[in-house]
Structure formats: structure tokens, C-alpha cells
Design a protein around this ligand. Sequence first.
Ligand code: GLN
Ligand code: ZN
Length: 763
Amino acid sequence: MTRTHILGFPRIGAHRELKFALEAHWRGEIDADALEAVGAGLRERHWALQRQAGLDFVTVGDFAFYDQVLNHMQLLGCEPQRFGLSADEPELVRAFAMARGVGAGEAAGMHALEMTKWFDTNYHYLVPEFGPATVFGGIASERLFDEVAQAQGLGHPVKVVLLGPLSFLWLGKEKAPGFERLSLLDGLLPVYEQVLARLKAQGVEWVQIDEPILGLDLPEPWRQSFERSYWQMARNAPRLLLATYFSPLQENLRLACQLPVAGLHVDAVRAPEELTGVADWLPAHKVLSVGIVDGRNIWRTDLDAALGRLKPVAAKHRGELWLAPSCSLLHVPFGLQAEQGLDAELRSWLAFACEKLEELQLLRRALAGDADIEPALAEARAAIASRRHSPRVRRADVALRLARRVDGDDRRASPFAQRQATQRRRFALPPLPTTTIGSFPQTGAIRAQRAAHRRGALSAEAYAQAMRDEIARVVRAQESLDLDVLVHGEPERNDMVEYFGEQLDGYAFTANGWVQSYGSRCVKPPLIYGDVARPAAMTVEWTAHAQSLTRRPMKGMLTGPVTMLQWAFVRDDQPRSLTCEQIAWALRDEVCDLERAGIGMIQIDEPAFREGLPLRRAGWKAYLDWAGRAFRLCASGVRDETQIHTHMCYSEFNDILAEIAALDADVITIETSRSDMELLRGFGGEGAMRYPNEIGPGVYDIHSPRVPPIEEMLRLLRKAADVVPPGHLWINPDCGLKTRGWPETEAALANMVAAAKRMRAEL
Ligand code: GLN
Ligand code: ZN
């Protein structure tokens, strides 16, 4: 018998109901009961969908008002004490305090929990804080058990999902020097035992325990902790399905197969090559759950190919076979129902969460030899064929362009030192030049004009005029502030990826393809479905207009190829590296067009460069090679006198410093102020190398409206000057200013320029 299930479902709702309810609650418009009712309604609808699609269980425990890791902190009784909240406070109040911080509590240490990316996804979880004082107080929340009861009350067979103890500890952060969070395991396991016993008593037959860290390069003590943990937890538990996903198990494969659990889920999309090994190693009495439908992407499954992969496994594995998406569906949009605006052909190539449920059903029936589904299989086959042969997907001109690659096409004509001398003569900037990262405040007025334009209420010409006026205002403001290198402010851009994607061939946009990023925040990634090409210049007019208004250098502003790739759903019919190279060629043309239009400095933003790193170290080099080449391709079509900038934010760079240096941008700006310039240390050469080109470490945090005083920036500048030679140092904020208001922007930049002038006097 083959069963079907999912590891998790998007909780935000078909129409982002959860987002809107949360935000209304935070504004005080609806009370906690009303919010809970929205949550209960969403769960009920999502479970009903799972049952209608013929899944054998509904999955319970994937719901969260803010974040599932936060839910675990509450379930396991390990909320950090620093929030000073008594256990009498309602659970939701405590949860939102941890997630969002306590109002004026910044100083009192009640800032929100840190947020970080969930493995290599764009979902951000709240980071548990661990230290010597951490205790796991035993079951401290009834929420999970209430949700189980809700599902059971609706008549559903339930499979519960829990984040496993080792992954939970791994994902947390040590808050005391020298503390080792693995030492908390012995205190944590008894609470897992309690939770599992409670679920068993509730009549839950299966618990899926997620241990995605089995796909990482784990230190030996962590690996060795699995076996005893699972022996201990299995003592009085429902049947356990150990779930792994996102990357190959490799050296952990046998370990995963042999743990004392009743079943194993593997990601057959990210690691198809391991499926045979798993079928070999997994004892026959265990369930093998094959993650065969891509939970990270939006393409319709090639059912024939999937069956081709499943059949040998079904023949080999004598135990029960389950079919599932590769990972939780949290990472894909809700459903295609809402995408009536997409053209029918493109739409037929896609499967969002709801459609993936149907695919599981088809696969199960096809495996069972059910002839009734032939028409459905034929339809799916036709869609796959149409995608494979569509002239929109494969273009000869793009292929030809890539085939013309020559040695050195990703290298600037001269080495940095020579370019630097040429550029110094050309721009004659003062020492420690000041600049900004690109965007200026996206005011309500700008957004209203864009909305009016989209509705058709504002003509293209009137909209363009409004944007030109805004650019003029931004240029004037920067001149009055006496900044040295100006930007046009990006008022015409809704989003740094969408703006370019909309102008490139091969990209498409959904109406409602929202994916949760964190809390109530969602993103709507574009789809890259075909060969990427640039039909026309994208930024030249705006930038040239901005340059015409000032004698100071105007930086052109582009989003780099790696970020364009990373923040999209990418086609799965060719390697990501190839898609990235196509984008790079398209952007290279834009860079050259900007140069031709007289723009002397061009910034190619790559905030997502680091997050593209594979989960396992072994994959790093290959990624850094192609990602680095894509950036350089994009940047290398210009003359020596043209200065290429790049910008990266919120990243740890020190372990890939050589590769960042190899991008060979003339100037890099990075986010450093919140780390008190600590991030800069590696760039200064304490490690193996010194960063060779020019660098602008951010001197103030743009994430808050606070205006940092001159002295504070001066202190950071002195720290920066300790590691970066003055001739290489730029002065700028951490990131773009689009989320800020004008008053604090002008005040903060005025202080920044004042700090720069005082620093110059100290040189
Ligand atoms: N140029 C962009 C801006 O200033 C960069 C944004 C980013 O790094 N995320 O908004
Ligand atoms: Zn940034």
C-alpha cells in the first residue's frame, strides 16, 4: 500500500488571511480571540484540502502565528528570560514580544529575537537563545495538543510534525562565551519524551520529526548524539517518521536509515542519486517516504520521470512506501486558482501547493496501476512537452550569445591598481568620499503614483514626469548635503528584482504567488521560465536624466545576476549556473549602455551573493566559481576609467573573502555598523589576506529611524581606518534608504558628511 502525505502546508492562507489578521491584531483592531479564530479557520480549510486530495493524514503542527521555531520554544518551556515576561501573560503576548521586541525595551535588552534564514530558503525563523541558564521547563504550551484535538474533532487522521531535538539545538545560538549548546541535549530530551507521550495518549499514530541538519556537514559530537536521542525518545512515543530535506545525506545516510524510528523521509528532488542507497540501507519494516514532488519550486512535476524513479524503489523496498513533496510546502505559493491573469500556456507548466497535492494523488494511483487516471496523466504529459519544446523557453539568440564565450570575457582590461589610478584622475574625489547605497525614501506619494499608473489612472508620461521630479529632488538634496557621489534614488523601482525582471524576457510575475518570509511578511518571487534576454535598455534614461542634473558623479544602479537568480523561482530544466550566466550577459549590456550614456560609476548590487552558498561545504567552490564569473561577466565590458561598485548586506563574509575579492569590483560597500565594524576585520587582513580594492563599510544602520550622532559615526570611522588604508576607504550608510522617511534620512546623512569631514581632517 502506498500512502501520501505532506511535510507541511503554507499557513499564510490563500489570500494572506493570516498576514492581515496578524497586522490587524498588532494595530489593536482585533483581539486575540478573533486572531485565534482566523488561525483555526485556516487550519480547518487547509486540512480539508489535504483530505480532498486524498492524503492519508492531515499534517498538524505546521501552523504558527509567527514562526514554528518560536512555537517550539514555547512548547518546550525555554523562552529566554530577558523579556521579563511572567508565565501568567497570555502565550500569544509572550510570543509576539519575543518576535517583535518590547516597545521601548531596546535598552533594557528586550529587543526581538534574532532572525535568520531557514537553511537555504528565504524563510526566516526566530533564533532560540541558549546559555548556561537555559532550562527546558517541560511542556509549557497546550497549543499543539489543542490543534491535534481540533483536527481529530473534524474527523481527520493526524500526523503531527515536530522539529527534532538536534535540529532545534543546532538552529539556536549560544549566548555565553564558551558555552556549547549540545550540552543542553540531556535536559531537552525528557521534554520531547513528554510531548511524544502526550501525543500518543491523544491517539496520534504518527509523528514526523524533522532533522534537516542530517543534510549538513555535522561535527562528530552532533552526529553521535542522534542514536541515543532517538532511542530515548522512541520509548513511549507514537510511530516516528524521521524527516530530512534540502540536501543529500551523504555520510549521514546510514545513520539516518538505522535510527530507531518507524520511517524515514528523504528529499528525492535535491538528492535523487541517494534514493537507491536509501532503499538498500533502510530496513524492510520501516516506512520509506520519498519526497518526489519539488517543495521548493513551482514547476509541474514530470510524472513520467517521477514514476521512473519511484518504480525501482517500490520494487526494491519491501516495506511501506509513502509519497510526499520533498519538504514542507511553506516555500511555495498557495495555489494557481488565483493566477487567472497568467497566460494559459505558462500556467499549465506550474504547480503551487494545492496542485502539488493533486500530483501526489496521481502518482499514487499511477503506481497502483489505476487506468482511470490515464487522461490526467496525458494532460500532464502534454504540459511537460509544451514546456520542453516552447520557443519561449529556448532561444537560439541567447544560446549563441553564451556559446561565444572567450577566455578573459569576465576580466577587466587592466588590473585594479591601474584602474584605480585612472579613476582617481577622472573623478578627483576628496579622500574618504561619501556616497549612499542607492534608494532614497519611497514615500507614500511615490507609491500612490505607481499604483495610479498601474490602474491606468495616471498616464505613462505623467508618471514618468513625477519620477523625474522625484529624481531632481533627490539630486538637489544630495547636493545640499554635500555628498560626493550621488544616486538617482530609485523612485521608479517597486522592488530591486521585480523592476528588472519585468523588463527582461524569460521572467514572469504572478498576481498572488506570495510566500511567507517571516511573521506576517511575504514575498512574491518572480518566475524565471525561459532564456533570459534584454529587449531594451532598462535604466539608462533615468540615470542619464539624473546625471544631467548635476556635475558630481552619478552612480548607475543595477541588481546583479546572482541576486536576480537567488530571489526568484528558477527554471529546473537547466543548471542554475546557466540561467545566471544568461542574466549576466543581459545585465552586461545594460552596464555597457550606461557607460556609453556617460555614466562613470555603476553599482551592481549583490545582497544575495552569500546566501546562494550550498548547504554543504563541498559544493561551495563550484558555486563561487560560477556566481563569481556571472558577476564579473556583467562588470567586465567597460573601460578602465569606469568605476564598478558592488553592494552586499547582512552577510558574514570572512570565510569567502578571497572569492569576494576576486569579483574585482573597484569599490564594495557592505553592512557593518550593527556589528560595530567587526565584520570588517577580515577585510583588513588579519586573516590570510587583505581586501585589495576600495571598500565602504556602512557607518550607520538604516533599519531604524534613529539618527546617529556625528561622534558615533566618527568612532566607527576610526575603527574602519584602523584596518582599511585611507586611500581605499569610502563612507556610506549600511544599505538603501527606501524604508526611511525624509527627515531622519537628511539628518543622518548630514551627520555622516560632517563625520567624514572631521575624519579627513584627522588624516
Ligand atoms: N540599491 C539598493 C537600495 O539601495 C540595494 C538594496 C539592498 O542591498 N538590499 O535599495
Ligand atoms: Zn543592502
